[in-house]
Write a protein that binds this ligand. Structure first.
Ligand code: NZQ
Ligand code: ZN
Length: 388
C-alpha cells in the first residue's frame, strides 16, 4: 500500500426527513445564501422545505438560482458579487454536483481579495491555495459526483472545463435524503450510476499495491451499483434502492477508496474536453471513453482488469484475456442497459473532430495521463478513435 494522508471533515446527515436537522446545522444570527440550479428545487418543493427550516431561527436569507449544469464561471461571478455586497457568512448549496461545485468556487473567489478582477486565473491553478473560504453545507438532490463529501469542483469557462481543489472546500455538512432524488429524470439517475461506477474504477483499475481494504471496498461499491442500478432507475420511489445508490455515490469519491492506491483519472480528463466542446453530459462522455481505454490499455492494466473481471463480474472461466474481454463487454452492456451509449459517434462526434479534442487536451497540459503518467497524446488519440 502507498503512504497516504486522509482528511475528510464533512458531517453526513443521511436519511428520510433529515432536512429537519437544517436549523441546527446552519449558523444562526447570520447572513445565509442559498444557491441552486435551474429551478428543479422550486418545482419539486425542496426549496420550500429548506426555507421552512431556516426560518425557524434568526437569519437573513438570500437566494442565488440559475447555476447551470457544468457551472459557468460568469454565472458564479454574479454570486460572488452578491456574497461580497451582502456580507454572506454561510452558503447552503441545494442541488447536484454543478450547484455544489459552483458553491465551492463562489466561496473561494469571494475571499480572494488579491484576485479581484482576475478570478479567472484561479481556475487554472488545480490545487488553489486558500487561507479562508465562505463555509458551506449542502442538501443533495442528485447522487453522482461525490462533491457533497470532497473538496473538488469542476468549472466551465468558454471551451474549457477545469478541475480545482482546495484544502478548505469540504462542505461542513451534507444532508443526503434519498427521497429528494425521487424526482430526477431517468437520464440523470443513469448518469449518476455511471459517474459513480467510473469514479470507482479510476481509483481501482490501475495496478496492484496490495491495498486489500481499498480493493474490496471498491468492488463492493461496483457490485452494489450493478445490483441496484437498473432497479432504482425503473423504481424511482423505492427508498432502499435509492438509498444504496446515494451512499455509493458519496463513498465513491470522498477519498476513502483512493487513499493509498494509484489513481488514473484519464477517462475524466478526456471526458471534460468532450463536455466542453460537444456539450455531452459528464457521465455520458465517460461511458464512451472507459471501455475504449480498457481495450487500448489492456496490457498496462492487465492484473487489475483480471481482478475486476473475477471479483466484480464473477468471471472464472477461460483465459485471463478472455475474462478481461468479457468484463469490458459486460460493463458496456451495463451502461447500455441504463440507456447510456458507449459510442461517441452516437453524439455526432466524428473522426475529423479528434484533432480538436487532442489540441484541447494539449492546451490544458493533459499530455501524460493515467496512473503511471505514460498515456501520451498518441495513445489518447487511439482511445478516442476506438470510442467512436
Ligand atoms: O438545474 P436544475 O433545475 O436543478 O436541474 C438539474 C440539472 O438540470 C437536475 N436535477 C438535479 N436534482 C434534481 C434534478 N431534477 C429533478 N429532480 C432532482 N432532484 O439535474 C440536472 C443535472 O444536474 P448537475 O448538478 O449538473 O448534475 P451532476 O450532479 O451530475 O453534476 C455534474 C457536474 O459535476 C462535475 C461534472 O463535471 C459536472 O460539471 N463533477 C464534479 C465532481 C466533484 N466535485 O468531485 C466529480 C465529477 O467527476 C464531475 O466531474
Ligand atoms: Zn465524474
Amino acid at each position: 500500500m502507498l503512504n497516504f494522508n486522509f482528511y475528510n471533515p464533512t458531517q453526513i446527515v443521511f436519511g428520510k426527513g433529515e432536512m429537519k436537522q437544517l436549523d441546527k446545522l446552519v449558523p444562526k444570527d447570520s447572513n445565509i445564501l442559498i444557491t441552486y440550479g435551474g429551478g428543479s428545487v422550486k418545482k419539486f418543493g425542496t426549496l420550500d422545505k429548506v426555507m421552512d427550516e431556516l426560518k425557524k431561527s434568526n437569519r437573513k436569507i438570500f437566494e442565488f438560482g440559475g447555476i447551470e449544469p457544468n457551472p459557468k464561471f460568469e454565472t458564479l461571478m454574479k454570486a460572488v458579487k452578491l456574497v461580497r455586497e451582502e456580507k454572506i457568512d454561510f452558503i447552503l448549496a441545494v442541488g447536484g454536483g454543478s450547484v455544489m461545485d459552483g458553491t465551492k468556487f463562489i466561496g473561494i473567489a469571494s475571499c480572494k481579495d488579491e484576485y479581484i478582477g482576475r478570478e479567472e486565473e484561479l481556475l487554472t491553478q488545480g490545487m488553489i491555495s486558500v487561507e479562508k473560504t465562505i463555509p458551506f453545507g449542502t442538501v443533495v438532490t442528485l447522487p453522482a459526483t461525490g462533491s457533497e463529501m470532497n473538496n473538488g469542483g469542476v468549472i466551465s469557462n468558454k471551451e474549457n472545463k477545469l478541475a480545482f481543489f482546495s484544502k478548505k472546500s469540504f462542505p461542513i455538512f451534507s444532508i443526503l435524503d434519498p427521497e429528494l432524488t425521487f424526482t430526477l429524470p431517468k437520464t440523470q439517475v443513469a448518469n449518476g450510476i455511471v459517474d459513480t461506477f467510473i469514479h470507482v474504477v479510476e481509483q481501482y483499475v490501475t495496478y496492484s499495491v496490495d491495498a486489500k481494504f481499498q480493493d474490496r471496498t471498491a468492488e463492493g461499491i461496483l457490485q452494489t451499483l450493478i445490483e441496484v442500478g437498473k432497479e432504482t432507475l425503473e423504481n424511482p420511489t423505492n427508498y432502499d434502492l435509492r438509498a444504496n445508490l446515494v451512499w455509493c455515490a458519496t463513498m465513491g469519491l470522498n477519498g476513502l477508496i483512493g487513499a493509498g492506491v494509484p489513481q488514473d483519472w484519464s477517462v475524466h480528463m478526456i471526458g471534460h474536453e468532450l463536455t466542453a466542446i460537444f456539450k455531452i453530459d459528464h457521465a455520458k462522455t465517460l461511458a464512451t471513453i472507459l471501455p475504449a481505454t480498457w481495450k487500448v490499455r489492456k496490457v498496462e492494466k492487465f492484473e487489475k482488469l483480471v481482478q475486476f473481471a473475477e471479483r466484480v463480474w464473477n468471471l472464472r472461466e477461460g483465459t485471463d484475456e478472455e475474462k478481461i474481454n468479457l468484463a469490458i463487454k459486460k460493463t458496456e452492456d451495463f451502461f447500455n442497459s441504463l440507456g447510456i451509449t458507449t459510442k461517441l459517434s452516437d453524439y455526432g462526434v466524428k473522426e475529423s473532430d479528434i484533432d480538436k479534442i487532442i489540441n484541447s487536451l494539449k492546451s490544458h497540459g493533459m499530455v501524460k495521463l493515467s496512473e503511471r503518467k505514460d498515456q501520451t497524446l498518441e495513445i489518447t488519440r487511439k482511445i478516442i478513435e476506438k470510442a467512436l
